[in-house]
Design a protein around this ligand. Structure first.
Ligand code: SF4
Length: 350
């Protein structure tokens, strides 16, 4: 592994490039830690182009910590609808309430306190600390690891914590030579625009310092171990309806898609699933029709959902109007709603 010979020059060249080439992103215009917090959480698992309209809409409705803390979780989830990974919305909401309750509505300034907020890990806390407060906290994520692995011919596995800490400690000696806010964003921007999976080295401000470039070894870095295969789950999903109203239930308050509403679904044989459904909701069923199969891929699992329309003889508790129903359902079950519309079930039968 190589070292950075001239950290001051390195920081300067990187930040000069950033100041001339940075994208005009709405959340980068402000030093408001709340907006930076929101943008960082929205960007986890989501591309900037996808996230931008959600960010604008969310900020339009919840422009500060107080407005978010005062809102109901259902409304917050509604504004998050379609962005996926809903635990992020719950974390942001909980954090806003914590800031109002414990810090008198002022976003915390100390790194440790920022890291104590819900949904904030080491990277996000350091990103907020450096971008909002110009503190020299290096934020290292997969993008930064990709860049620095190439620059330094670092052959440690980039997802390992000890390797991330090692790169962080190297950059601790570099960030101090520039404005931390620019430095953090410059590394993010370089990883996003130039040192991508297929790097565009000719326009890179670090090419005269990058050993992978000098030795033509860009393809050998970073070192990434193979991802674990996703686990497969097969569900029978029951779209239970009485006339134009549908039966929803709420998922548990922790784990995947916590608190989201969903059609009842069971991971068992069809017969057992139908029996469980009847027992859980005391249904009197008039007819069952297949609605076909849908797949939904999460970061670590795949759901295959065999959906059925279950027509009731009489109504039961928990039936809602899907069209007006204000609570968020997961992207996975939005795919089932698409099936319902496709088949022209009520109220989409006109
Ligand atoms: S020169 Fe190429 S490989 Fe090296 S940091 Fe720049 S873009 Fe990445």
């Amino acid at each position: 592994m190589k070292s950075i010979d001239k950290p001051k020059q390195f920081a300067h060249d990187l930040c000069e490039w950033y100041r001339e080439n940075k994208r005009d992103l709405p959340f980068r215009k402000s030093r408001d830690p709340y907006r930076i917090f929101l943008s960082e959480l929205m960007l986890q698992q989501t591309q900037i182009s996808t996230m931008l309209p959600y960010y604008e809409r969310f900020i339009g409705r919840f422009p500060d910590v107080k407005s978010l803390a005062d809102a109901s979780l259902d409304e917050v989830l509604k504004y998050w609808e379609g962005l996926g990974y809903y635990s992020r919305a719950r974390y942001i909401h909980e954090s806003a309430q914590m800031i109002v309750r414990e810090f008198d509505g002022q976003f915390p300034r100390e790194l440790k306190t920022i890291e104590s907020l819900k949904g904030v890990g080491r990277y996000t806390a350091r990103a907020i600390h450096s971008i909002a407060y110009d503190e020299p906290s290096v934020a290292v994520d997969g993008n930064v690891m990709r860049v620095m692995s190439r620059v330094l011919l670092f052959d440690g596995e980039i997802k390992q914590t000890k390797n991330m800490r090692h790169i962080e400690s190297i950059l601790d000696n570099v960030i101090v030579h520039e404005r931390p806010s620019d430095f953090t964003q410059a590394l993010m921007e370089l990883g996003a625009l130039v040192c991508k999976k297929r790097p565009d080295c000719e326009v890179c401000p670090l090419k005269d310092k990058c050993f992978a470039y000098k030795l033509d070894k860009q393809d050998a870095y970073p070192v990434v171990s193979k991802a674990k295969p996703k686990t497969e789950h097969h569900y029978h999903v029951f779209v239970v309806r009485h006339q134009n109203r549908y039966l929803l239930r709420r998922r548990p308050s922790h784990g995947l898609l916590a608190n989201m509403h969903e059609f009842p679904q069971y991971e068992s044989s069809y017969e057992t699933a139908l029996e469980t459904l009847q027992n859980e909701f005391s249904l009197s069923i008039a007819a069952v029709h297949s609605l076909g199969t849908q797949k939904h891929v999460f970061s670590h699992k795949v759901w295959t959902m065999q959906a059925y329309e279950v027509v009731l003889k009489r109504p039961v508790d928990g039936l809602v109007n899907l069209e007006n129903y204000p609570n968020a359902m997961s992207k996975a079950h939005h795919k089932i709603i698409e099936k319902i519309k496709e088949k022209g079930l009520p109220p989409w039968n006109h």
